[in-house]
Design a protein around this ligand. Structure first.
Ligand code: SAM
Length: 222
């Protein structure tokens, strides 16, 4: 049975079945050793805020040689992802229903991740809500401590003000280096989700940011 999950929301009967039956197979309440969790030594990729899991499942299907951990706080989205994992018979995906900040801070080992993806995080469009955005200097520092040296951070947003904030914060972070200088062209390997397709139809812009974690003493502080 799933114990975690910060945001509950309305769960469909199918999602409830997935939460009851599939969670014991793919759900994770706590993690210390990622190789032990997946039962093998392979690249470890983390998606934060996977929503309905579309991008995560696409990446995991495309790269069976890699392991994928997804963290989101929204219970219906977790149920939806579990159903997709079952349908695609994926053995390289594990799911956490929790606040990614807490998991990064208290669970994931230092320099254990090959890459982190943060696609279309909640934009918090009102100016007075800027502080609620996930991508803040403290969070970037935490990411720098959990991503391996040489590992990558890939962000995307369709909210221009957030894109600019992301760029500003990351350019100030001494442990990340911008792979292209400024915003990146859309990498073809980032899955095109229904969410993004809808935004594109409505004429929204999309900004990608690609960084590499580099070896600086600051990033090993805990
Ligand atoms: C706007 S949705 C984007 C979903 C998905 N990445 C996509 O591109 O469709 C943002 C997601 O981030 C999740 N989220 C927000 N804050 C989070 C946190 N602190 N930890 C984990 N997930 C979080 C929300 O529950 C939501 O599912």
């Amino acid at each position: 049975m799933i114990h975690s999950c910060v945001r509950r929301g309305r769960v469909t009967p199918g999602q409830q079945r997935a939460l009851d039956i599939l969670w014991p197979h793919y759900g994770v309440e706590t993690v210390r050793d990622l190789n032990a969790l997946f039962g093998r030594d392979a690249e470890k990729h983390l998606e934060i805020g996977f929503g309905n899991g579309e991008a995560l499942v696409t990446m995991a299907k495309a790269h069976p040689e890699n392991d994928y951990l997804g963290i989101d706080m929204y219970r219906p989205g977790v149920g939806h992802l579990l159903l997709q994992i079952e349908a695609a018979e994926l053995s390289n995906v594990r799911v956490m229903c929790a606040d990614a900040v807490e998991i990064l801070q208290d669970h994931l080992p230092v320099h254990s991740l090959d890459s982190v993806y943060l696609f279309f995080p909640d934009p918090w469009p009102k100016r007075r809500h800027d502080k609620r955005r996930l991508l803040q200097a403290e969070f970037v520092k935490l990411l720098g401590q959990r991503i391996k040296f040489g590992g990558s951070l890939h962000l995307a947003t369709d909210w221009k003000a957030y894109a600019e904030q992301m760029l500003e914060v990351l350019e100030d972070a001494p442990f990340f280096i911008n792979c292209v200088g400024g915003f990146a062209p859309r990498p073809p390997e980032r899955p095109l989700t229904k969410f993004e397709q809808r935004g594109l139809r409505l004429g929204h812009g999309v900004w990608d940011l690609l960084y590499q974690c580099q070896d600086k003493s600051l990033s090993t502080e805990n």
